[in-house]
Design a protein around this ligand. Structure first.
Ligand SMILES: C[S@@+](CC[C@H](N)C(=O)[O-])C[C@H]1O[C@@H](n2cnc3c(N)ncnc32)[C@H](O)[C@@H]1O
Length: 216
């Protein structure tokens, strides 16, 4: 069953800077509502300016849990100056580096969702190393190199609780469709091959998997 957020939440998602199309957003929201039933936090790797966070936060609010979102806010490789996904407005002119934290905070404030989100600012593997608790949902949308995508999987997938969901963005089985590399696709295959996760849905490049066994 597909869950739909209230129109003002969908509007906040749509006006936020980011890359996720609406159909994938609705699939993410549906997964977050489903996972919320476990009563555990929902975690995202790759906050950027908070577009997908809005949907996780709204589902977390409804479930009475927190949405956690991890990012160093310096941008991925393909978002740096000179690359296709670069937005010059995300550069802090004082230091000449990307800083998406202010835009993220504005997105959450405007959506009225600040109090349902904990922003974890830093490198994903470093934060994963000090994280111990179970999670209802892990949404992987961070760095798209094999190194980063595998580190996110190894760092966070072990925390997905039994019956919880692992959601992977930018899964492109056909190399002709992808713009940022096929590492997320390889991680998706790895998760399925582990025997720990079973596919629930596929929408655009978003894959939702459920933990149905131990390990990763
Ligand atoms: C594709 S964007 C996320 C898009 C966002 N989920 C949305 O829907 O708008 C990827 C983000 O991952 C972050 N990132 C990349 N590698 C990271 C790492 N190793 N640790 C923390 N954040 C990382 C980047 O800074 C960037 O903001």
């Amino acid at each position: 069953m597909t869950a739909a957020p209230e129109p003002e939440i969908l509007a906040a998602f749509e006006i936020a800077k980011g890359f996720m199309p609406v159909d994938e957003g609705l699939a993410l929201y549906t997964a977050a509502v489903d996972a919320g039933r476990l009563g555990l936090p929902l975690l995202e790797v790759g906050t950027y300016c908070g577009r997908s966070t809005v949907l996780l936060a709204d589902a977390a609010r409804a479930a009475g849990v927190s949405a956690l979102t991890v990012d160093h806010h310096r941008g991925s490789e393909e978002q740096q100056p000179g690359w296709d996904y670069h937005d010059p407005d995300t550069v802090d002119p004082q230091i000449g580096l990307m800083d998406t934290l202010p835009a993220f905070r504005r997105t959450l404030f405007r959506a009225g969702l600040e109090e349902h989100v904990v922003a974890l600012v830093g490198r994903s593997p470093q934060i994963a190393k000090v994280w111990a608790g179970p999670l209802g949902l892990v949404f992987v949308d961070g760095g798209h190199t094999d190194e980063h995508a595998n580190a996110d999987y190894e760092g966070w997938a072990p925390h997905v609780a039994d019956g919880g969901l692992l959601v992977i963005h930018d899964v492109f089985p056909d190399p002709l469709d992808e713009f940022t590399g096929q590492a997320p696709y390889r991680v998706y295959l790895r998760a399925l091959a582990s025997g720990a996760f079973t596919e629930v849905s596929a929408t655009g490049s978003l894959r939702v998997l459920r933990r149905t066994g131990p390990g990763i």
